[in-house]
Design a protein around this ligand. Sequence first.
Ligand code: GLN
Length: 202
Amino acid sequence: MINIGILNIQGDVKEHYLMVINAFKSLKIDGKAILVKNKEDLSNLNGLIIPGGESTTISKFIKKNDLFDKIKNSALDNELGIMGTCAGAIVISKDTGDSRVDPLKLIGIKIKRNAYGRQYSSFQANLEIKGLTSTFSAIFIRAPVIESVENNVDILSKYKNDIVFVAKGKILALTFHPELTNDNRIHKMFIERAGGISTGIS
Ligand code: GLN
């Protein structure tokens, strides 16, 4: 049994929840999607998704609900996989360049909030992603850009010259919204990493 939590503070919670259930089904894996609001909800999770939304709000709530240390320690101990999408990627980064967001520092990346100008603040692009055999239709909404990565961080995808998807072991950070598509391959990839299983998805 694999348990994947979705941080239930703000943002695309329901979309991630449904996508996780859908991914379990297509992988034919016995798994559960769990909404996470309090510390107790973090027990027995293999992975936690931190959805997009507003990183300032999400980061405040993580502290207010006393989740900060438990998420951080479990992830750094490699007990808990984390997938941060868009604002979630900002929250798990090492350096946000914005003092209003106190990040969990789970992956060695420097990220810039709202990196695309107003006109270009939302767009869709087909991305080549390491590990997937065909392109992924990615939706960017007031997205950040990953400006630099440490040596131990794997770059999984770029949009033009911008780094948009990275991984370090069980930690995934992406600047777009895979939950807003019908394509569950990134959620499968996360379940695979967090659960320590191999399903040969592509
Ligand atoms: N602009 C948001 C932030 O900086 C992120 C947007 C999103 O998650 N779609 O927190």
